[in-house]
Ligand binder design. Structure first.
Ligand code: AMP
Length: 399
């Protein structure tokens, strides 16, 4: 069975074709600048790259070009779309409606729409991708996989904010959490790697990339996570501030005479590594600047390290201990320095890193020292595989 995985943004569309007989990736593609001058499609098949530039005014045109590229006799991977059994779509916000992945039908589309107020930037883009695919492949079964659904197991004491309860009851303002497919994948994979049953483990997963979130996975389910109503909460990120005192916003807005939209733009796009270091939103640039003696870059790194340490200790406290800590995503998989800084000085919790084993990038590795009671793992994430697996499972039930 071959599955097409689609991740649509407002002006982009990422796709992959996976062969589920061995879960291998046959093709990867990225369409950028949809609806903007300079639209282009890049596709990689078996290490060979193919690129075309042509105007694509909307997601429907982009989906048509995706199909054309996938079925291209010279650069494609399939003869026709008949080879694709189903399409799995990434959807950012499933609200409280979706606790698992779901077959896409009219009701599902309406429910994704109803969650737009909770994710005004992401859900409309995801919906555009779904609708475009439905239009160009009307007979294909399609599945929606939500970033939030893994976290729907959180108890109210984890997901409620300290506002008057009516804001939850009336507006559904609460912690939803994100990166759910990643936390789900790496926690399960971590348990498999250790040959253990998830139900016997208390795992803390650290998804550290441009956006970062930490999750407490107790006996296989998410019981707390650092991102909130939106992906702004939690640790310091590439351009996002992470958690701040909300009253600081009023202070800044009044003194600089800016409105809430501008303030949120600053918190989402101009803060984090970029804002604190003044150098870049990219970890590699910040690490380099810190090495060269840039104090602001160093303090940005120290803030991220401190933030992660706090979540690890807090989540261990909530779960009554921790058995496994997993690092994943761009920074978690590729920065031994960051992992070492986070895990150093935590011997009091039974955490001890092997510095030699930690010299690894992007490879499943146990980096714990012999005497470490807590297993420390690097597990590369694979959100597309989770989407493909869920899609295969739900579509198989149809047969
Ligand atoms: P992601 O959002 O998962 O793609 O992660 C992007 C982040 O990973 C960026 O901050 C990158 O600088 C960081 N990253 C990628 N490769 C490395 C590396 N070799 N060392 C340190 N950070 C890295």
């Amino acid at each position: 069975m071959k599955i097409l995985i689609v991740n649509a943004g407002s002006s982009s569309l990422k796709y992959q074709v996976m062969d589920m007989t061995d879960e291998s990736t046959l093709a990867k593609g990225l369409i950028e600048r949809i609806g903007i001058p300079g639209s282009c499609l890049k596709q990689t098949v078996g290490g060979e790259k193919y690129m075309i530039e042509l105007p694509m005014n909307d997601h429907i045109e982009a989906s048509k070009q995706m199909i054309k590229a996938l079925t291209d006799p010279d650069h494609g991977v399939i003869k026709s779309m008949d080879d694709i059994s189903a399409v799995g779509h990434r959807v950012v916000q499933g609200g409280e409606t979706f606790t698992t992945s779901t077959l896409i039908d009219e009701a599902c589309i309406e429910a994704i729409k109803s969650n737009i107020p909770l994710a005004p930037l992401h859900n409309p883009a995801n919906l555009m991708g779904i609708k475009a695919c439905l239009q160009v492949m009307p007979d294909k079964p399609m599945v929606a996989v939500f970033d939030t659904s893994f976290h729907q197991t959180m108890p109210p004491q984890a997901y409620l904010y300290g506002f008057p309860i009516e804001y939850y009851e009336r507006l559904r303002v609460r912690r939803y959490g994100f990166h759910g497919t990643s936390h789900r994948y790496v926690s399960k994979r971590g348990a498999q790697f250790l040959g253990k049953d998830m139900r016997d483990l208390r795992i803390i997963t650290c998804h550290l990339g441009n956006g970062s979130s930490i999750c407490a996975v107790d006996k296989g389910i998410s019981v707390d996570t650092s991102m909130g109503l939106t992906p702004l909460e939690g640790v310091l990120m590439g351009t996002r501030s992470g958690t701040v005192d909300p009253a600081a916003l009023q202070f800044i807005m009044k003194s600089d005479n800016i409105d809430i939209d501008e303030m949120l733009e600053i918190l989402n796009k101009k803060s984090g590594f970029l804002g604190v270091s003044g150098v870049s939103s990219d970890m590699r640039d910040v690490e380099k600047a810190a090495e060269e003696g840039n104090k602001h870059a160093q303090v940005a790194l120290d803030m991220l390290v401190r933030g992660i340490k706090k979540y690890i200790a807090a989540y261990a406290a909530i779960m009554g201990g921790v058995d496994v800590i997993v690092f994943t995503a761009g920074i978690g998989e590729n920065s031994p320095e960051l992992r070492e800084a986070v895990l150093s000085g935590m011997e009091f919790m039974g955490i001890s890193i092997d510095r030699e084993k930690n010299r690894v990038r992007g490879k499943e590795t146990d980096i714990s020292a012999e005497n470490s009671r807590v297993k420390l793992l690097v597990i590369p994430t694979n959100e597309e595989l989770v989407i493909a697996r869920d899609t295969k499972e739900l579509v198989s039930e149809l047969a």
